[in-house]
Every structure is written in C-alpha cells, then in structure tokens.
Design a protein. Structure first.
Length: 567
C-alpha cells in the first residue's frame, strides 16, 4: 500500500490500530505507530509482555530469576540497537547505554581435553583450536561456507532445504564435525538437526562482515568501546523483563499505548475486503481501523483458519505449511549455587561440545549489574539452554522430548559434571575446587514447559527457521488493506529467527502504512553482491555454484600448465 492509498483508506480521524501479541515484534510495531500519532491498543494472551524473550521471578522458587531462553545480541543487530537508544532506562541514559553488557567470550568445552576460546586476532575464527579441526578440516569448512556467501537465489531456494550439519559432515573429520554442529544451537538459535545450510552461512557472514559498527559508552568496566564485525555478543545487565521490557512498557504507556493482558485473539471478522472486527476468547469485540497480527505463527495459523475466506488469501495461506514441522524445543534452565563460583574469564559462555542435549551455560552474575537480586541464598546463577531434543541422553537413554522433568534435570547435571574441560575451567579459577564441590541450591526449568508421558510441551510453541520453512515465510503486507503481519517468522532482511528479525518485522509492518518508518538494512560486501549476481545466472541455467566453477577452472588450468611443462 502506498502512503497516498494508506492516507485515503485510513483518514486521520480513524488512526486506530489493534496489535495482537506483545512480543518484540508487536511492541516494535506499537512503538512506531504511536510515535506517528496513532491510537494504539495491544492485546496479549500472557499477563506480561516480552514473548520468547521475557524473564520471570516466581515466589515459589525463592525469587530466583529465570529466562525463557538464553539471549545474545550480535554486531548485526542494527534495528535492535537503534530501538534501544529510544527507550529511557533511567535519568542517566537509554536502555542501549545502561542495560547492555560488554561482549561475552564464547568457548567450546569437550568432555575430554581443554576448553578453547576464540582468541584469534584475525578476522577469521581459529577453528583449528576451537573446533578440534585439522588444517584440512579448516579448508573444507571454509569452502562450504564461502559457497553459501557467494549464492543468492541458490541459497534461498536450494541451500535452505539442505541440513547444514549433514552437508559439513561430508567434509569434516568426525571430531571437528560434532564440535562445529554443537555450536548451531546457541549461535544460530536452532538445533543442528534442523538448521539449514542457508541459515548457517547467513549467520556467520553477518557475524564476520557486518557494518556499521556500534559505539558504546564508558562504564564501570572501562572506557568507551566499539562493537563491530567479529566482536562478541552482548547480554542484558539483568533479567530481560526487568531491564528492557518494563522500561519499554513504561515508555509506550506514557505515549498513550493501552495494554490489555490475558486477552487472546480468537478470530478476525472479514467482509471480503477488510477486517471489520476482532473477536477475543473472552468474547470482547475489538474495532480498529488497522489490525496487526503479531502472535507466534502457530497461533496465527489457527486464528486465520477460523475465517476460511482469510485463510485462502495470498500470504495468509502460508501459515499452515510454515508451522507444519511443529514447534522448536529449546529448554532453558537456571542453576543456583549457594557459593560464589569464579571463572577464568570476565564473561564466559561455554558450549558443551559433547553434550547430547547440546547444552550451553553462562554465569549471569558476570554480565548482570551488582545490584540484581539472584534469589534467596543464591550466590552464583547459571543460565543454560538445551538446544537438541531428539538425541538420547547418556543417563537414561531418552531424548529431551521424552524425559520427565526430574530426568531432564538429572541429565543436565550429569552432562555438566562429566565435562572435564568445564571442570578444569572451574578449578583454574577457584583454587583447584571442582564443580562438583559447589553445592547446588536450586535448579529451575522455565515454568511454561510441561513434562508428561506424552512428551514435553510448551505453553506457547516456539517457531524457528528449519530446512522446511524458507519458502513459506509471509510478508508483513497482506491482500487485506487493514491487516498486517509481524514476527520473526515473517520475511525480513535479517532472514533468521532472532531479536533483530522481530524488531525489523515490527518496523516493516508499520512502514507498510507509514512510509517514513526507517528500517535499517543488513550489510553485504560489494564483492559478494557481484559474485552472487553471477551465481544467480549460473543457477538459472542449472550450472554449478560459482565457487565450484572457479575451482574447476583453476584445476583445469593447472592441469594444462602441468601437461605443457612435462611435454
């Protein structure tokens, strides 16, 4: 819809918008609309905002904070950082200035041997150390990565259907492959059994060659610093709801946004041209000039199908195949210790390379501000995620998706304690004391997971990119003039289920109506744009990838020169 059409369809007297879903995407859309004079109402099925990024404190667990999932913010999170600068944290600065940690230090910890960190000073990761890789592994791994970087249509249409781990398995040694695949969960946000080659290539290209850089102010840890390509990821300096979402809700409320909690959208009334009203589960009827569907895609699929005339329309018909593969099972947990546990590095996140559940852990007190309460009797708080649900654990022989809650907790403890390199890190920083010598005060699994004989189930299913989803992602614009979509499952320049994609999608939804909404693009070097343009032509005529063509040409030329030299 052009700006002229939007203005004629939605006169100033009717600039009302109803946003369904108060996750990051919905709040981002609300942020843009209210800034431009719209009357905004947000409807959320939960009693709080934040979606899959929120945190919680429950009185029953000693006020220990828990997170839905472990979260980081990379140097390519341009729209996220721009948004955070607009939200006041306190009278001393914005959320961007006051609530972001300095970079974390990612390490890979195998069961045996030594934990390794990326201490390389070059622009490339030292994969030989981190991933237990040989020089041949390094060359083969880089070859496949560069193939994804130099592809455009081929990557979107072909590589998005190929499992990344399986493609690298063909090229790497067994130890290097298993270590590399273990990092897909914490880094790319989906377990290695589902990550596509397109996703993996895109993620690492963004991390290694992104622009622009982001300047951060001085803080108690030192002078001002810059986060750029190859910089580590940032965390929040406290539980996400407390240091981001509470501030954001206050910001939006002060500008007139009205929030309606524990109100779930049931269906949309459609007259063949426009959405005339929205019906909530409570029976409430919502009237607005504009509607934004920013729920998770599983809920969106059900909502749209309750109005068959909508479900048949372009973009809206994509929801059912988009969620056909089911929700992503990534279970977060917190471990509270009664004693302080030191680490040999300032902010140290560790991937357990040989963990069947693909565990990642981080000591929150390393990033959180000193005044953040860790819980009753808690002196050290580790947040962890289990990213793979289908691989049997070593203790009970059951995959995560079939464990009881008690079995899951025991598996987590076993996989942590059997990691010799993790224990060595703890011993190094704690005068020789082992991890097992520190008393666990409490282990808490995120409260919305239900464990039963029928398998683990989330209260709200989480979607993530997989080898089956690329072609089904809808755009924010729909054929219905007053219905928009938002969420990290919609098409974005970020093109990865992430905080960045969620913010970008909310901005793009608002931009459909308000053309002056700024959406910051992702950077792609000119040389890669040039090579991918050539590869698009090769893909059209069913020719091999440009990298294979270049290598093949070089091999033929070398063979000819050798023949001439010999004869």
């Amino acid at each position: 819809m052009s700006q002229d059409n939007a203005d004629s369809a939605l006169p100033s007297a009717e600039k009302t918008v109803a946003i369904f879903g108060a996750g990051i995407a919905g709040l981002s859309a609300a942020h843009e609309f209210v800034k431009r004079g719209w009357s905004v109402s947000v409807y959320e099925s939960n009693p709080e905002v934040g979606g899959f990024f929120r945190s919680a404190r429950e009185a029953g667990n000693g006020n220990m904070p828990t997170e839905y999932s472990w979260h980081g913010m990379g140097p390519w999170y341009h729209n996220v950082f721009d948004l955070l600068k607009q939200i006041a944290f306190d009278d001393k600065g914005s959320v961007y200035e006051r609530a972001l940690s300095r970079p974390i230090d990612f390490g890979v910890a195998p069961d045996e041997g030594k934990a390794e960190f990326d201490d390389s000073t070059s622009w490339m990761v030292d994969v030989r150390k981190m991933f237990r890789a040989t020089q041949l592994d390094r060359l083969c791994g880089a070859y496949l990565m560069i193939k994804t970087w130099t592809a455009n249509r081929r990557s979107i249409e072909r590589y998005s259907t190929l499992n990344a781990a399986e493609q690298w398995r063909k090229l790497l040694s067994a130890k290097a492959w298993s270590t590399w695949a273990a990092c897909f969960g914490p880094w790319i946000g989906s377990d290695w059994t589902h990550v596509s080659l397109h996703q993996a290539g895109l993620f690492f290209r963004r991390q290694l060659v992104t622009k622009p850089a982001h300047a951060h102010p001085a803080d108690a840890e030192g002078p001002a610093w810059v986060q750029d390509a190859r910089s580590g990821w940032l965390l929040l300096r406290g539980p996400s709801s407390e240091v981001w979402f509470d501030k954001w809700v206050r910001h939006l409320s002060e500008r007139g946004v009205r929030f309606h909690f524990e109100e779930t959208l049931h269906r949309l009334e459609f007259d063949g041209t426009r959405v005339t009203e929205a019906e909530l589960v409570s029976g409430t009827r919502v009237h607005a000039a504009l509607h934004v569907l920013a729920t998770n895609p599983f809920a969106a699929a059900d909502i749209v199908e309750r109005t068959p005339e909508l479900a048949r329309l372009d973009q809206l018909c994509l929801f059912r195949p988009l969620v056909k593969g089911g929700p992503h099972t990534q279970v977060s947990f917190c471990i509270g210790f009664s004693e302080t546990i030191r680490w040999p590095r300032k902010r140290c996140a560790v991937v357990l390379a040989d963990s069947e559940f693909d565990l990642t852990i981080f000591a929150e007190e390393q990033a959180w501000s000193p005044g953040v309460e860790l819980g009753e009797g808690i002196a050290a708080l580790w947040t962890g995620t289990a990213c793979v649900s289908s691989v049997p654990g070593r203790l009970y022989g059951l995959p995560l998706e079939r464990c009881t809650k008690e079995q899951f907790i025991e598996e987590v403890k076993t996989q942590l304690l059997r990691c010799v390199s993790l224990d060595a890190l703890i011993r190094e920083a704690n005068n020789g004391r082992s991890l097992a010598s520190f008393a666990v005060q409490k282990i808490e699994v995120w409260h919305e997971w239900t464990f039963s004989a029928d398998g683990i189930q989330p209260r709200q299913p989480k979607w993530a990119n997989t080898i089956h989803t690329q072609k089904w992602q809808p755009t924010q614009r729909t054929p219905v003039s007053n219905l928009l979509l938002a969420g990290a499952h919609t098409r974005t320049d970020a093109d990865l289920w992430s905080i960045e994609a969620a913010v970008e999608s909310g901005r793009r939804a608002a931009q459909v109506i308000e053309g002056n909404v700024v959406v910051l693009p992702q950077y792609r070097p000119m040389v890669l744009r040039f090579l991918s343009a050539i590869d698009d032509r090769l893909f059209t005529i069913h020719a091999p990838n440009i990298v294979d063509m270049i290598l093949g040409t070089a091999l033929v030329a070398a063979s000819v020169l050798l023949w001439v030299a010999l004869f």
